[in-house]
Design a protein around this ligand. Structure first.
Ligand code: HEM
Length: 467
């Protein structure tokens, strides 16, 4: 089946969706003989619930995943069983700390006020086109580095300076996708030869590792020079510091463990949010009635907030039901992680009736699941935030094995709430202050990567809005 796939790689997500529609939600992809490329692909929500939840213990990341994603070390995304449980327990306990949540909120707010709005203001004044996707990549990278490392690399500032680490991350992600669609022996050969995407992956990893180890050394140095236990004020707070502080008194935390935790969280929180934002803004710009309703809602809930952007506050954000629905709708149609990859430990029979042998690679397509009439109805391809709002005006809950964007079951996303907050804060701040105009004729389509970026970015011009 590989010859059929190769010409469709530029549109691989739509190609998989088309195949899934014609195969009633599941098929076995067979690669060349001896290539070890038998992959079971599905978009059936019952199969997905079975894999992610009911038979969770039988479906891990597996050895293929570990091979492909070696750059993630032993962090949460690449671990299974006890190591995964250990990683998840530690991160979960940090994510639910009220001071951690407040710190994240303040960091986003600071980046909106000191970087995002000034950069867009500047773009307004000089009237140039800007790539909104590039702006979001920079913003979310600055943000997640501040949260995880306690260090703001300042990639989003006027003039948009060269952002080596942001580029390095994107190149790593592209190369990781290609490892999925090449026979294992081929990408390993390319890695050994150090050519093409494999070379870029290695160079990217060196750039990121250098940044991470520098920040780990700095954090350890600062911690050693602190006389008392860590006071969680904003100047010292970071996820690394919390981790090191949790372990103080016990064994010293190894630099490699800190590096692995940091790269996993940066990967989790950077391009996912920027992808969500980019598709959201494109959808809103092409649906003026949705934009008008969002602005109306912000205005209604914040009558005192005239003129420049001010802090909405956590409570204010919670009231923005229509905005929440519009963000959910964008994330349904364009899930930032478009495909998930698992491996069956033992043989099994799925609810669709398909028999799965032990060690079979399984891919479920989050992208295709957002486009299934069986799940979302006949208008599944329409951007319609109203589908998320009940008659009483509240948000409709859709189970996670159907609205799969944040994954389902015990391995569902730990950053879901943070993501909604961050996207809503940024969306409200931009829409309240600026008109976003799409550059006519600019092509918009998904790129080929493990994160759903836009292939050519999102070129826009920006003008000031006064409400
Ligand atoms: C729109 C934004 C986001 C989306 C769509 C998203 C989606 C996902 C998905 C699909 C997974 C499952 C990945 C897998 O098992 O291979 C996942 C896991 C995870 N996400 Fe997110 N994510 C987002 C933002 C974030 C943020 C901001 C953070 C934290 C700062 C975060 C932290 C995590 C962690 C720690 C896991 C691993 C869970 C586990 O394996 O137990 N995510 N996310």
């Amino acid at each position: 089946m590989l010859p059929g796939l190769l010409p469709n790689i530029p549109i691989i997500l739509d190609y998989i969706t088309w195949l899934l529609k014609h195969q009633r939600g599941a098929f076995m992809f067979e690669g060349p003989w001896l290539s070890n490329m038998s992959i079971f692909v599905t978009s059936d929500p019952m199969n997905v619930q079975h894999i992610t939840t009911t038979k969770f213990d039988n479906y891990g990341k597996g050895s293929d995943f570990r091979d492909i994603f070696e750059v993630l070390g032993d962090g949460i995304f690449r671990s299974d069983s006890q190591l995964w449980k250990y990683n998840r327990t530690i991160l979960h306990s940090i994510f639910k700390l009220p001071c951690f949540q407040l710190f994240i909120y303040k960091t986003i707010l600071k980046n909106i006020e000191t970087s995002l709005l000034p950069v867009l203001d500047h773009a307004c004044k000089i009237g140039t086109e800007v790539d909104l996707q590039d702006i979001f990549h920079r913003l979310t990278f600055d943000n997640i580095c501040s949260v995880v490392l306690g260090f703001d690399p300042g990639c989003l500032s006027i003039g948009l300076p060269e952002a080596e680490s942001v580029k390095a991350f994107t190149e790593i992600e592209d190369a990781l996708f290609y490892r999925h669609i090449m026979p294992r022996c081929l990408w390993k050969l390319l890695r050994w030869l150090q050519v093409g995407k494999e070379k870029k992956l290695k160079q990217g990893q060196e750039i990121i590792d250098q940044m991470l180890y520098e920040q780990i050394t700095t954090s350890k140095f600062k911690m050693l020079n602190q006389s008392s236990t860590l006071a969680y004020d904003d100047s010292q707070f970071s996820l690394l510091n919390v981790l090191m502080n949790n372990e103080s008194g016990k064994e010293k935390v190894d630099d490699k463990v800190l590096r692995d935790t940091a790269i996993n969280l940066i990967a989790a929180g950077k391009d996912t949010i920027s992808s969500g934002l980019t598709w959201f803004f494109w959808l809103v710009a092409t649906h003026p009635s949705v934009e008008a309703k969002i602005l109306e809602e912000v205005k209604e809930n914040l009558p005192q907030r005239k003129g420049d952007w001010k802090d909405l506050g956590v409570e204010g954000l919670g009231k923005l039901v229509y905005l929440h629905a519009a963000v959910s709708e964008a994330l349904r149609l364009y899930p930032p992680v478009p495909l998930e990859h698992k491996c069956a430990l033992k043989s099994d029979v799925l609810p669709s009736g398909h028999r799965i042998d032990a060690n079979t690679m399984i891919v479920y397509s989050l992208y295709s699941m957002g486009r299934m009439e069986e799940i979302w109805g006949e208008d599944c391809l329409k951007f319609r935030p109203e589908r998320w709002i009940s008659k009483a005006g509240g948000l409709i809950h859709v189970p996670s094995y159907k609205f799969i964007t944040f994954n389902a079951g015990p391995r569902s996303c730990l950053g879901k709430d943070i993501s909604f907050k961050e996207i809503k804060m940024i969306a409200a701040a931009i829409l309240w202050n600026f008109h976003i105009h799409l550059v006519e004729g600019h092509p918009v389509s998904p790129g080929v990567s493990i994160v759903l970026n836009m292939k050519h970015g999102l070129k826009v011009t920006v003008t000031k809005r006064s409400i």
